[in-house]
Design a protein around this ligand. Structure first.
Ligand SMILES: Nc1nc2c(ncn2[C@@H]2O[C@H](COP(=O)(O)OP(=O)(O)OP(=O)(O)O)[C@@H](O)[C@H]2O)c(=O)[nH]1
Length: 333
């Protein structure tokens, strides 16, 4: 959500549709709620709802209770190149309304279009927006609402990084994934490892060492190179879609004695690692550890599938129990 022209549709197009940032200049204004499933193409199986800037909470046709009840994260986009007084009051209204309906929502504020600002300016804006938004909540007696802030732009990787963090908060298996990555890297002489959703270039987990932007950008570039080369030389027939499969892997030796290693983990996920050349000499060990890591990841997601299946079965049973004898159905609550 966010005011008109703050950049909501552009973010969605750049992150999930590989649109180039310059093309977003020609995007038309969104005038109705756009709902999009990103479940088919990527690991991140959720729906994105893009709200038109001018949405009115007092409009009786806008059932915000229904919308917020099923929401995992609410991303509010603020245009940092514009005056943000109105955006802040909208943010406050939106957050307080949403919190009342569903206190479990993660509130994420993207201070967007920071490409036009100097580093000092960025920090200053973030501090100011952070302070004002939290002061507004404190004045309303709602200090318990936690807002997270990110500086973003579609012209660099910051938007992907911010989206990665938002998505990670929604993954219940995150601590397990991080733990597996920690075990994997410490036993393989690897310095840093990311688990990437290939299509969106969102990293869904990384080991516990700090992430630096340059490393993340290199990973994104590597995924682009692998997918682009595979698109040109990897497709055999008239296949469509991403040429990414069990055989997908790549090794890139950088000129600073670092090696980047990419390998397929599942249909949607890839592991991208950074390691020293001397550690890469033990590639056999790394591959063996990778094999164990991959098996563990499959087991983690198997559990998820089983839970989803049993939930579905349970709700189907409940549904059929509520079917009264003459065949008319009673809607379950
Ligand atoms: N400089 C800069 N411009 C951006 C960025 N993101 C989006 N824009 C521009 O902002 C303008 C508005 O973007 P939209 O994505 O249409 O905004 P919106 O929030 O979806 O607007 P509504 O549909 O009217 O609610 C476009 O011209 C984009 O090119 C950014 O990170 N930096």
């Amino acid at each position: 959500m966010g005011l008109r022209r703050s950049g909501k549709s552009s973010i969605q197009k750049v992150v999930f549709h590989k649109m180039s940032p310059n093309e977003t200049l020609f995007l038309e204004s969104t005038n109705k709620i756009c709902r999009e499933d990103v479940s088919n193409s990527s690991f991140v199986s959720f729906q994105i709802w893009d709200f038109p800037g001018q949405i009115d909470f007092f409009d009786p046709t806008f059932d915000y209770e229904m919308i917020f009840r099923g929401t995992g994260a609410l991303i509010f986009v603020i245009d940092s190149q514009d005056d943000y007084v109105e955006a802040l009051s909208r943010l406050h209204l939106t957050v307080t309304r949403a919190y009342k309906v569903n206190p479990d929502i993660n509130f994420e504020v993207f201070i967007h279009k920071v490409d036009g600002l100097s580093d000092d300016h960025k920090i200053e804006k973030q501090r100011d927006i952070h302070k004002r938004a939290n002061d507004d909540l404190a004045d309303a007696g709602l200090e318990r609402i936690h807002l997270s802030f990110y500086l973003t732009s579609i012209y660099d990787h910051s938007i992907f990084e911010a989206f990665s963090k938002v998505v990670q908060k929604l993954i219940p298996q995150l601590p397990t994934l991080e733990n597996l990555l920690n075990i994997f890297i410490s036993n393989s002489g690897i310095e840093k490892a990311f688990l990437f959703d290939v299509v969106s270039k969102i990293y869904i987990a990384t080991d516990s060492s700090p992430v630096d932007m340059q490393t993340y950008e290199l990973c994104c570039d590597m995924i682009d190179v692998v997918i682009d080369i595979s698109c040109i030389y990897g497709l055999t027939g008239d296949e469509v879609g991403t040429p990414y499969d069990k055989e997908s892997m790549a090794i890139i030796h950088l000129n600073n004695t670092t090696v980047m290693y990419l390998k397929e983990v599942t249909k949607f996920l890839a592991l991208v690692c950074f390691l020293r050349e001397e550690s890469f000499e033990r590639k056999g060990l790394i591959d063996y550890n990778f094999h164990c890591f991959k098996k563990a990841i499959e087991e983690v997601f198997d559990v998820r599938l089983k839970v989803q299946r049993s939930r579905k079965l349970l709700s189907q049973r409940r549904w059929s129990r509520q079917t009264v004898p003459n065949g008319t159905q009673v809607h379950p609550h």
